[in-house]
Design a protein around this ligand. Structure first.
Ligand SMILES: NC(=O)c1ccc[n+]([C@@H]2O[C@H](COP(=O)([O-])OP(=O)(O)OC[C@H]3O[C@@H](n4cnc5c(N)ncnc54)[C@H](O)[C@@H]3O)[C@@H](O)[C@H]2O)c1
Length: 452
């Protein structure tokens, strides 16, 4: 292996190593974001080392296995043949030319940013930092994190007195830092990952340029912005835009239900407008690691500037209320059959936070199951991706998947996630009552179906 002596890694040399696919790339955090990213670099013939504190993940990958449903074991094996390996040994970072951080950024119990994964990772990187290395943060976070939180730790705790490059650098005693947000849309098969433009913002123009070169080798287009904070804010704008628009259609759905209108029909009609309208769809509540979480990173940071982000708060309020609306709808539907929620057998179809993915994080299904159980319902569930629901950060359900047969035995079948594997016509045929939160039964005309 080449010995990457610190002083030899000038920005020009690093750029040329990237362009010639000779740069060694370290990816920290091998989850839904980091692992696919490692595979993309590997496909482009880079030697990639993945770092994770989860030993189980490290071992699975090194044995050529996968723990993410949509990533086949063959893809891991192909990457291994290309030099990919996983480790939890941060000392190996000294060999890397570029290091990309993809660790979680959740909220704590008070709905405030929990940056502990970023700070833990940064403390772990610092002692191994080398002059001329490029460090890129991808985790979604509030504007200022890269420069106000990460850079000071790296500068203070590295062993060689290195500083982040500001202005024009020769990299003699400096390292490069940038932020580049992840834009993956899990389950989206219409846009190839490579076609999603990648925004990059460096602490100095050289860092932006190097990050652009790095990502330019796996994405068709990179979009440079003036600073890490601008890149951090870009990601939040994208997710807040989504969160606020989903809240808008959720609220209009409630009105449409009251007015006897079908919101789905209305959205479909509005979508025919060739300009100025982008469709968003209502649902049982927000889910996933991003949309329910990220906006609160900004509302928290805004307080430092004595500023209230009212759109975010209002959207949060409306979206958080949706599982309660589902509970009320199940109650009303059962009422039509002279039944109460208490004592009724309810089968929840789909618990993933969205269609055709194996991700349970922040799924509204979990809240809905808890609410139904609290009201005394006997709840079962089915999801092709989850044979078991154990304990998460906010729930502890310990439920085993029930098979899909004999749907007639349930008082209510509740469609929470509209996986495309389900045969909805058959489901409606067998069930006594179907409450549909996703318009999955579109086109099925049956008095048994209640859309909510
Ligand atoms: N999942 C998505 O679709 C998506 C999309 C856009 C942005 N993001 C953002 O990307 C970031 C990562 O999300 P994710 O979905 O990949 O999370 P994840 O939980 O799937 O993966 C994170 C990984 O980081 C590892 N990790 C935690 N602390 C570590 C440490 N100190 N050192 C090494 N590894 C460590 C964990 O073990 C885990 O494997 C988050 O900020 C998220 O908001 C996610």
């Amino acid at each position: 292996m080449t010995n990457h002596s610190a002083v030899n890694r000038s920005p020009d040399q690093l750029k040329s190593r990237i362009q010639q696919r000779q740069a060694r790339i370290g990816i920290i955090g091998l989850g839904y974001v980091g692992l696919p990213l490692a595979l993309l670099f590997s496909e482009q013939k880079f030697a990639v080392t993945g770092f994770d504190i989860d030993q189980r993940k490290v071992e699975t990958l090194n044995q050529g296995g996968s723990y993410i449903y949509r990533i086949a074991a063959e893809e891991i094996r192909a990457a291994k043949a290309q030099g990919f390996s996983a480790t939890s040994d941060y000392a190996k970072l000294v060999e890397m030319d570029a290091v990309i951080i993809c660790v979680p950024t959740p909220l704590n119990q008070y709905h405030e940013p929990d940056l502990s994964f970023i700070t833990d990772t940064t403390h772990a990187i610092a002692p191994h930092l080398q002059a001329g290395q490029l460090i890129v943060l991808e985790s979604t976070t509030y504007p200022g994190t890269t420069e106000e939180v990460m850079v000071p730790i790296l500068e203070k705790e590295n062993k060689s007195g290195l500083k982040a490059a500001r202005g024009v650098s020769t990299a003699e005693k400096e390292f490069f830092v940038a932020f580049s947000p992840e834009r993956e849309d899990p389950g989206n098969t219409t846009v190839a990952r490579r076609d999603i433009p990648k925004v990059v913002g460096g602490v100095n123009p050289q860092a932006t340029d190097l990050a652009g070169a790095l990502y330019g080798s796996i994405f068709h287009r990179t979009v440079p912005v003036s600073s890490p904070a601008a890149a951090e804010m870009t990601k939040l704008l994208e997710n807040i835009y989504r969160c606020v628009n989903i809240a808008l259609v959720n609220e209009l759905k409630l009105l449409c239900l009251r007015m006897g209108l079908d919101i789905w029909e209305v959205i479909e009609a509005a979508s025919t407008k060739p300009f100025g309208f982008h469709p968003f769809y209502p649902g049982p509540g927000l889910g996933g690691h991003c949309i329910p979480v990220d906006p609160f990173y900004l509302s928290w940071k805004a307080k430092e500037w004595d500023f209230r982000t009212r759109f975010i708060e209002l959207a949060g309020e409306i979206n958080t209320n949706m599982p309660y609306h589902v509970l009320a709808s199940v109650g009303a539907a059962l009422n039509g059959y002279k039944k109460s929620v208490k004592g009724s057998r309810v089968m929840v179809l789909g618990v993933a936070y969205k269609r055709d993915i194996d991700d349970l994080r922040e799924s509204p299904a979990l809240t809905i199951i808890e609410l139904l159980q609290k009201e005394g319902a006997e709840v079962s569930y089915h999801d092709p991706y989850f044979p078991f629901i154990g304990k998460g950060r906010k729930y502890d359900l310990q439920m085993k998947r029930t098979e899909l047969d004999h749907l007639g035995q349930y008082d209510c079948v509740l469609i929470v996630t509209d996986h495309s594997d389900y045969d909805y016509r058959k489901i409606v045929g067998e069930a006594q009552l179907v409450v549909d939160t996703r318009n999955a039964t579109k086109g099925i005309d049956s008095p048994k179906v209640v859309r909510c």
